[in-house]
Design a protein. Structure first.
Length: 96
């Protein structure tokens, strides 16, 4: 489910990133052509789910952003939920 590019992709972050601050992640994504959103909508392409999500909400509790994304996916919208690692690999592979 890995994507090739962030160009023109609408991206939302949720949780606390482990390897960089959210502001840094947003800047990297913007440099790769991503459009940053604060909330998940039916226009969202990618939700980056940080690993520290679990520390904040508990093991079985999801953020509102994740719940919204899953609801939209169940309605047929093509939103990809990716890990911080997948996001880092994506910005790194497009590092040209």
């Amino acid at each position: 489910m890995m994507m090739n590019s962030l160009k023109n992709q609408k991206v939302v972050f949720t949780g606390i990133l482990q390897t960089l601050r959210r502001e840094e992640a947003i800047e990297y994504a913007k440099k790769k052509g991503a459009i940053i959103q604060n909330f998940v909508t039916d226009q969202t392409d990618i939700l980056v789910l940080a690993p520290k999500q679990l520390d904040i909400f508990g093991r079985d509790i999801r953020s509102r952003k994740q719940i919204k994304a899953e609801e939209l996916i169940s309605q047929g919208y093509e939103i990809k939920i990716i890990s911080e690692t997948d996001f880092l690999n994506l910005i790194d592979q497009n590092n040209n």
